[in-house]
Design a protein around this ligand. Sequence first.
Ligand SMILES: [Zn+2]
Length: 328
Amino acid sequence: MPLAPIEKLPAELIQPIFFYSDLNLALPAASPHIASKFANEYCYHAVCTRYLTTNLESRVEQTLAQTRIFSYKWMMWDHFRSFVLKKWGVNGCLCGKTPKEGCFDAQWPPDFEDATTMLFSRSHLPALSYIKCRIPVKLLSGPWTSDKVQFLRFLLWTTSMTVDWASHEARAAAREGKKEALLTGNLEVVELFNHNRRLGKAPSVDTVRFAVMDAGCDRSIVYDTMATARTWGLRGEAWNCEVLDQWCEGKIQEGDPKGEWLQLKLEELRVTHGAGDLNSGYMDPETGNYEDVDGDKLVITPHKWNQVYIYSCAARPFQDALHPVPSS
Ligand SMILES: [Zn+2]
């Protein structure tokens, strides 16, 4: 198909039109030929600044534009990091303010490797915290490269982005992503799924069964999954599972220490001291633990994700009501 006259315009003419249109994203969306003329750092930075850091008139349209931006191919971890450094480096904090403007606990440079080390509170929010668009599908499933894990963790920690549960593609990606993390023994990613209700339901006995029987019972993963399921209300008899009991017996007979360990953890979880007793079903990390056998070492990382609720507790329940986690 021949190019339309506007598609033939050189970059030095079409770029100013894009800026005069207030960076209207419909323009690059209209034609790949036009979009290719905006494929440079200058345009990317301007688009991110306008839609990710400025309060525009229509929040609905802004959120749609943000979702679109995060789904762009160029919006990868490298680019996002350089945008963050360039945008807030001058003031020296992810809250976007100087001490004079109200910053009292500068988080700089950003911890891109592990965003959860950065401290925020309701009175010291990251400038990105008001972003409530969709987590891009490309960040929900494997292969779980370190770039992808760091990017997803950073967005979960500093923004209010959620999975689009109405989208079949997003639901399938999140389901497959979690499954792959369990099967490949990726504790970092399993923790993200376990501790973030924005990434799906809390783990259940089914999840534990999958982690034990299909994914080889990585003890750190199984422990974290069981502990999270307990935190989200799984107590007492809910932990009764013949299949898991049989698995433990089989491993004990084979002389595999995982069998005895898991049997003990299940026994601990099944203990009840009366309804509502917070100590019922407590798993002691020390009981039944053994030294590293063939790389089977129990690693327990402190749960940091509850802190997310401290800074966004006003926004999150509202948001969860808008985007509930599907029941199936
Ligand atoms: Zn600050």
